[in-house]
Design a protein around this ligand. Sequence first.
Ligand SMILES: NC(=O)c1ccc[n+]([C@@H]2O[C@H](COP(=O)([O-])OP(=O)(O)OC[C@H]3O[C@@H](n4cnc5c(N)ncnc54)[C@H](OP(=O)(O)O)[C@@H]3O)[C@@H](O)[C@H]2O)c1
Length: 340
Amino acid sequence: MPVDLSLPAPACGTTVCVTGAGGFIASWLVKLLLEKGYTVRGTVRNPADVKNNHLRELEGADERLILCKADLLDYESLFQAINGCDGVFHTASPVTDDPEQMVEPAVKGTNNVIHACAEAKVKRVVFTSSIGTVYMNPSRDPDAVVDDSCWSDLDFCKHTKNWYCYGKTVAEQTAWKVAKEKGVDLVVINPMLVVGPLLQSTVNASTVHILKYLTGSAKTYANSVQGYVHVKDVALAHLLVYEAPSASGRYIVADSMLHRGEVVAILAKFFPEYPIPLKCSDEVNPRKQPYKFTTQKIKELGLEFTPVKQCLYDTVKSLQDKGILPKPKMHHDDEPVNIK
Ligand SMILES: NC(=O)c1ccc[n+]([C@@H]2O[C@H](COP(=O)([O-])OP(=O)(O)OC[C@H]3O[C@@H](n4cnc5c(N)ncnc54)[C@H](OP(=O)(O)O)[C@@H]3O)[C@@H](O)[C@H]2O)c1
């Protein structure tokens, strides 16, 4: 049965932990959890770092947010944060294609978190995985619908040097293995590329994906396709699978897929003042086609996705509002914009 997100604070007295609380997705998750009445222990590597200040400004933070110092590679620090929590949202992970920085923290960190959850007898763990653990498989039938039963091929990730997908895939496999061995109730969210308004002051990797088309740093766009999802929807998906007793397995979250050519066309329509590239870097090969995928499972729990055009619009507005992207001179703040 879908969870009614409009219900007032049913979660008073429930304590949950969010790892990597200052990150793009985690900040939204902390915000929603606080709004619903949860007490939140957010792990950050350095609570004194000003980049975590936005968390302290969230509604309810004064009363119900505790920032705990923890590193993914330090079991004891994770256990201290997790022990005493009803639930854990494990979102912390490097987001990079550098194998040295990516693989060990993602895999060992996930192993540490699930072990700590087992030791602390946490009731449910929600792990933020990625679509990168699902679709990277050269043997996949291009016409088949990608769903939660699909897994990326580790050799293919390695050979294509896609260390982010490699690290996340091994991390998710580790999570399932340890959860099974230790009897931990694990549910996994597999988001496609996450965009939308930033709560934090720093710019995360998936926001750079859009920002580079507005600053003039990308002169062309790639012959490539990508699924997009609003950051608030991703946070809601975490909450839904945590709260729904029936939730289990993996949940792909995305609104829709776009070719990069479509992304830049949408950006250019909404924000024509920026130097948005309208030329593809690959004029030889046929235009890449999107694959089919299903998000039926999460929709059945009540999630409605924000349309992709709105996702892109909200991202740019947020970058402007935060002063990360200069507003063009001819910008009129109050002008109504037709998102359709
Ligand atoms: N954004 C996307 O498009 C997307 C799509 C699919 C899945 N995901 C997944 O969603 C999660 C959050 O990603 P995001 O986009 O929100 O990225 P983000 O803003 O870069 O957040 C990542 C968080 O992980 C923390 N972290 C990294 N290494 C750590 C370590 N060794 N110990 C403790 N904390 C560590 C970072 O802390 P510091 O601030 O201290 O560095 C940061 O808070 C990740 O698991 C990512 O794989 C993201």
